[in-house]
Design a binder for this molecule. Structure first.
Ligand SMILES: Cc1ncc(C[n+]2csc(CCOP(=O)(O)OP(=O)(O)O)c2C)c(N)n1
Ligand SMILES: [Mg+2]
Length: 343
């Protein structure tokens, strides 16, 4: 476990506060995704369900250190924890999954492609690396308009996405422009069923940073404190003009690619190894050991999350899908859609 000084650096909260906050979002995300997976199995969700089980520490550690309304955050399909930590209301997620016309995507988009660009969350185009260029473009636009300030942009990708051409182009350009960008790579060992050994031939993904002229760091994705520290440093370096930062988290995807996939190709040895540890009980154990929360307080966090999730799913499930005859499908030019107004 990494030893972090309990100090307030760069106006970031000290470790106990950041850790406790992140834990709450991790619990909310895990609870939501377990519930939504069971609703999916009951046949009540159209399309797929993709969860971030085992990646909540890495995801929340980033989301909790970005500022909604100021920074840019581009989460992917396994970033429910980061989304919640950044300030996405759980009802938005429930409404998107349940196809409610009141959701941020008006019930028309894929289950995990939701976003709220005005609040700094671009809706994802693809899980495979497309969003690094989008975030870079948003940062670049702010720089050209003179309102970049100390904004930081964060884009999330997986180990599989690192093999795509769009990632290469985007990293190169972001480094040339020295953009205040943090690229979070969740190396969960698999891209669908493709293991790291069939994905890249370099020894360690972090070594790629030097080829782009970027800084890079590895964190243990099962250890919330390590993730918080890694992102804290990366965010502060990006903000202080040191250019884009790669942060690579190592963990195991503790689920299938989606809920339709039983992941029987993941070898037992990896599951039983340290990489296969579950970040959530580890974080809970540390909270109690450090005296940052008591057992009772942890249970309260879990109960509140269960209640919030239950209410959100019940509410969204009772709402209507878009009406194909009266709904304005011209998404790009619809003022109601653009301004996030419900019908
Ligand atoms: C161009 C393209 N090819 C294939 C897919 C299907 N696909 C979506 S996610 C994924 C695997 C991504 O793996 P990784 O980047 O490691 O992320 P993880 O799923 O592990 O979070 C694939 C093959 C896609 N969305 N787009
Ligand atoms: Mg992966």
């Amino acid at each position: 476990m990494t030893d972090i000084a309990n100090q307030d650096t760069d106006n970031q909260p000290a470790l106990p506060e950041a850790f406790t906050n992140a834990f709450r979002w991790m619990v909310l995300a895990r609870t939501f995704e377990e519930k939504i997976a069971s609703v999916y199995r009951a046949g009540k969700i159209v399309g797929g369900v993709y969860v971030g089980r085992g990646q909540e520490a890495f995801s929340a550690a980033l989301g909790v250190q970005l500022k909604k309304g100021k920074d840019i955050y581009s989460p992917l399909i396994r970033d429910m924890a980061g989304r919640a930590a950044f300030g996405e209301p759980v009802i938005d997620a429930a409404r998107t999954y349940m196809g409610s016309a009141k959701g941020s995507m008006r019930g028309r988009d894929g289950n995990i492609h939701r976003g709220s660009p005005r609040e700094g969350v671009p809706a994802m185009i693809s899980h495979l690396g497309a969003m690094i260029s989008v975030v870079s473009g948003m940062l670049f636009a702010r720089r050209l308009r003179g309102n970049l300030g100390d904004t930081v942009g964060a884009a999330c990708i997986g180990d599989g996405a690192t093999s795509t051409g769009s990632v290469h182009e985007a990293l190169n350009m972001a480094a040339v422009e020295k953009l205040p960008l943090v690229v979070a790579i969740a190396n969960n060992q698999f891209a669908y069923s493709t293991p790291n050994t069939r994905q890249f031939a370099c020894k360690d993904l972090v070594d790629r940073a030097i080829g782009y002229g970027m800084e890079g760091t590895n964190v243990d994705g099962t250890d919330l404190a390590d993730c918080l520290q890694g992102f804290q440093k990366a965010i502060s370096r990006a903000k202080s003009g040191k250019g884009p930062q790669l942060v690579i988290g190592t963990m195991l995807r503790l689920s299938g690619h989606g809920e339709h996939d039983d992941a029987n190709y993941i070898p037992e040895e990896i599951r039983a190894s340290e990489i296969g540890s579950d970040c959530l009980p580890l974080a809970r154990k540390r909270l109690i050991a450090e005296g940052w929360l008591t057992e009772d307080e942890c249970r309260k966090v879990e109960e509140l999350a269960a209640k919030e999730v239950e209410n959100a799913i019940l509410k969204a499930g009772g709402e209507h899908p878009p009406d194909p005859y009266s709904h304005d499908w011209n998404a790009c030019f619809s003022e109601r859609f653009r301004d996030n107004l419900t019908d």
